[in-house]
Design a protein around this ligand. Structure first.
Ligand code: AMP
Length: 400
């Protein structure tokens, strides 16, 4: 189905200018060009994993029904390795990339244990900390897909950029799952709106990313506020110099699980387009978007101002387009993601805020208008496509 241009007389206000200042540009590292050109590979499903079934874990029937309803017939590799560890109450360090079923690997056993404790009139809560608002919302979405209400369990998302008073109001009611970003969680605890006394499990998701973003003090402070014995579940793509001391401090006896999940890039056909002298990147992009096979695309750009410029320009050309960057209000960011998830074809122009945690199964193309700043960012960007068993395409414009 060809990429559709938005009709010019549509009345939906999909694009608004944002005049907040942007940060100064850091000097960028030049990446090896060859990373941008990799063919997608056919991946054989792992047969041995199919033999493990969710029945093995004696999960509550509502959870099993929710898994069936979602078409999750067997656990993924990370789920097979982590669910038993979490169910027995041990601390866990899981080295794994996103896209492996990581979120389910902690939500499924936590839902089960929380429900079991509730049946025994025990109040078990879990605190789930994520580096970005998008990832926190993604975890919340995944959690709600388990029919929380039917289970009689409640969750609250505490992220920056959203109305803090509303969050404070909702925190007055009992919650079994608190999902949030470090800064806002600290703020809510300091305001005595968030009480951590029932928290028995703390999950740090994308821990390496969180520490890279400078949240070490917030995370340390938060974990220290959880008194009494607790289970620590730490998920990280790597264990580096920043991650190691935190693991040693809070989970010295943890069970380590490493999942060599196929890199998300395995399902993505990757190529590069050299931008010739005098050629405009915008023209290349507009032409590329006209291709029949481009259905839903994310264009990654390094600066917020350029994101708006390109989105504006594509909108003027009549493309169905929206944009995402860190200066947008949280409400607007959520609306944009919802809109992009819902539409059948269109384009999202974004900074790296959209590179992690955005799980939309039908994104056909990732276009790197600007080269990413690191190989890690590149892998996360292209991991937005080629999801849920589909193949994706990633194209990087090379301006060198
Ligand atoms: P994540 O690593 O948490 O981002 O998950 C990646 C994708 O896998 C999400 O779309 C999940 O809904 C999906 N997923 C999680 N667990 C399973 C499972 N057992 N079987 C099939 N898909 C799953």
């Amino acid at each position: 189905m060809p990429f559709s241009r938005r009709s010019r007389n549509s009345s939906r206000p999909y694009f608004r200018r944002n005049s907040r200042p942007t940060k100064t540009k850091k000097k960028e590292k030049v990446l090896d060009e060859t990373i941008y050109t990799q063919a997608a590979q056919e991946v054989e499903p792992k047969k041995e994993l199919d033999q493990v079934n969710f029945d093995t874990y004696s999960l509550s029937s509502t959870i099993v029904k929710a898994l069936e309803y979602r078409g999750f017939t067997s656990p993924t590799e990370i789920q097979t390795k982590t669910i038993p560890v979490i169910l027995e109450g041990s601390d866990l360090v899981a080295i794994s990339q996103t896209g492996s079923g990581k979120t389910g690997s902690f939500l499924i056993p936590l839902l089960h244990r929380t429900k079991e404790d509730q049946n025994k009139n025990l109040n078990r809560g879990a605190l789930i900390v994520a580096p970005t608002r998008e990832l926190a919302l993604q975890i919340d979405k995944e959690l709600r897909a388990f029919d929380l209400r039917k289970l009689g369990l409640y969750s609250q998302t505490c992220i920056g950029g959203a109305d803090i008073r509303e969050q404070m109001r909702r925190l007055r009611k009992p919650n079994h799952f608190i999902i949030g970003t470090p800064g806002r969680l600290v703020d809510l605890v300091k305001r005595e709106a968030l009480n951590l006394s029932n928290i028995k499990t703390v999950v740090l998701d994308e821990m390496d990313r969180m520490l890279e973003m400078g949240f070490v003090e917030d995370i340390t402070w938060l974990i220290e506020q959880i008194k009494g014995s607790k289970q620590s579940l730490f998920f990280s793509a790597t264990v580096n110099k920043q991650v190691e001391p935190v693991l040693k401090k809070f989970a010295p006896n943890a069970t380590y699980v490493t999942v060599n999940n196929p890199s998300p890039s395995q399902f993505v056909e990757q190529s590069a387009i050299k931008v010739q002298q005098g050629q405009s990147k915008l023209e290349i992009i507009s032409e590329y978007l006209e291709r029949d096979e481009v259905v839903k695309a994310i264009i990654f750009i390094n600066t917020k101002s350029e994101v708006e410029k390109v989105a504006n320009n594509l909108a003027r050309q009549g493309f169905e387009v929206d944009y995402l960057h860190g200066d947008k209000s949280q409400g607007a960011r959520t609306r944009t993601v919802k809109f992009f998830r819902r539409i059948r074809s269109g384009v999202l122009v974004a900074t790296d805020v959209a590179a992690r945690g955005l799980d939309i199964s039908d994104i056909s193309h990732v276009i790197n208008y600007d080269e990413p700043k690191s190989e890690d960012d590149y892998i996360h960007r292209i991991g937005r496509t080629g999801r849920a068993g589909r193949f994706g395409v990633a194209v990087t414009l090379l301006n060198r």
